[in-house]
Unconditional design. Structure first.
Length: 126
């Protein structure tokens, strides 16, 4: 599987660098040139200070990573059960991220209609 595995990751959540748009890829060597050509033309020119911040984040103490993971886990463990208490909602706890996608079919309301209601009438905002 090593020759078929690609890992793409970023610094946003792990190092509280949301919006900095800094990430990396780990992949088989035979893919590097093609991926580099794609990325240079779509996501190039990351500011040098952002790159230096990424180096500092990786090279520095990592205790904040565990603290952030614990906080994201705490939020997930509160949010998903909270959604499950809403009639017609079901929410499986995500295993690898903090994004939660509730199944709302039990409400009997089409998801687009429910989203519009939550946004326009209930005042739910991201």
């Amino acid at each position: 599987m090593q020759e078929k595995t690609i890992i793409l990751d970023g610094f946003s959540k792990t190092y509280a660098m949301t919006g900095w748009r800094l990430g990396y890829g780990v992949m088989p060597e035979w893919l590097v040139d093609a991926v580099s050509k794609l990325m240079v033309n779509s996501n190039s020119c990351t500011a040098s200070f952002t790159q230096r911040a990424g180096i500092a984040a990786i090279a520095g103490p990592q205790d904040s990573v565990a603290a952030m993971m614990a906080e994201f886990r705490r939020r997930r463990d509160a949010f998903c059960p909270g959604l499950d208490q809403i009639p017609g909602f079901r929410c499986a706890a995500p295993g690898g991220a903090f994004y939660a996608f509730a199944n709302v079919t039990g409400t009997g309301i089409p998801s687009k209609e429910l989203a519009a209601y939550l946004l326009e009438e209930a005042g739910v905002r991201a």
